[in-house]
Design a protein around this ligand. Structure first.
Ligand code: NDP
Length: 293
């Protein structure tokens, strides 16, 4: 039976580390770190993610501001809010919650955020720095959280086959760059909806990461005996027994895979909390750059 990696516990210890770091820095003439959240519309998942991020910010000692714009907001109106947050010296970090409504450009929006406040790491500037293996890059929070889980769980990456299913800017692409960078040294394959022989490619993986957004994409026959399986997917499936009417599942057939792999992240309680923890880490790093310069 695999070890079930406790993302909540790893995230909690990271929160504790950050809280202590801020307490140690605290002095009367130093303002607190501040992150600004921008949410467009009332997508229930986005409402829940932003409120969770605000709650954790408060626990660590980070101030947060929430800007909610109507679903119908125009790109120039959204840009103007980002510009004002970029110019505000009391704001260290800006997070525009994705997904945005289809009439808005996620790419233009992410690129509008000043690179030193882009704690999501989705701007061309930070993605470029990541590609150049520059230590000052803000690395996208979910990929950074996955790498932290892998490291803190004692999983060997050097020379190992890592297979990522998914090639988005939010997860797959930056994760591929992180896993192949010097010091991590995995041999990386990135798969997507047009990949041929997905089963065979996955079955060679020492580390298999699913970021698809489709339940049961990874079945036991796609997993190598003893592999480490990281399930990024968050899918809502109808469930009459739950008050909410749905339950959360990942992209992996957890019950089928758990007896075959060596380690696996659950959904919920795996990658999700680590994404929030890495956002906090990036926010504290942005704050330090601003106040200690
Ligand atoms: P996207 O929809 O942007 O990307 C999904 C990727 O999966 C695409 O590259 C797509 O290929 C690929 N794909 C789709 N179907 C298949 C298939 N049958 N076989 C192989 N590849 C396939 O999603 P995201 O990257 O934004 O998110 C992925 C999942 O991770 C979602 O469930 C999301 O909710 C979750 N997520 C979780 C986070 C967390 O904190 N735990 C944070 C961010 C996301 P193609 O490019 O060809 O279309």
């Amino acid at each position: 039976m695999a070890e079930i990696i406790d993302g909540n516990a790893i995230a909690k210890s990271l929160h504790e580390e950050l809280r202590s770091e801020l307490l140690a820095m605290g002095s009367a003439d130093l303002r607190k770190p501040c992150v600004a959240f921008v949410r467009v519309g009332e997508n229930p998942a986005s409402v829940s993610y932003v409120s969770k991020k605000q709650k954790v910010s408060a626990e660590i000692g980070i101030e947060s501001r929430l800007h909610v714009l109507p679903e119908s907001v125009s790109q120039p109106e959204l840009n103007s809010l980002i510009d004002s947050l970029n110019a505000d010296d009391n704001v260290d970090a800006i997070l525009v919650q994705a997904p945005l409504p289809p009439h808005l450009s996620e790419r233009d929006t992410f690129n509008r955020v000043r690179p030193d406040k882009d704690v999501d790491g989705f701007s061309a500037a930070n993605l470029g720095l990541l590609c150049q293996e520059d230590a000052s890059a803000f690395v996208a929070c979910t990929p950074a959280g996955i790498l932290e889980i892998i490291k803190r769980s004692g999983v060997e990456t050097r020379g190992k086959n890592a297979v990522v299913i998914g090639r988005s800017i939010i997860v797959g692409k930056p994760l591929g760059l992180l896993l192949m960078r010097k010091g991590v040294d995995a041999t990386v394959s990135i798969c997507h909806s047009r990949t041929e022989n997905l089963r065979e490619i996955c079955a060679r993986a020492d580390i298999l990461i699913a970021a698809v957004g489709r339940p049961m994409t990874v079945s036991a026959d796609m997993v190598k005996e003893g592999a480490c399986v990281i399930d990024v997917g968050i899918n809502r499936v109808p469930c009459a027994e739950k008050k909410s009417g749905y339950r959360l599942v990942g992209d992996v057939d957890f019950d089928g895979v758990v007896s075959k792999c060596s380690k696996i992240t659950p959904v919920p309680g795996g990658v999700g909390p680590m994404t929030v923890a890495m956002l906090m880490k990036n926010t504290v790093a942005a704050y330090k750059r601003h106040v200690l310069k």
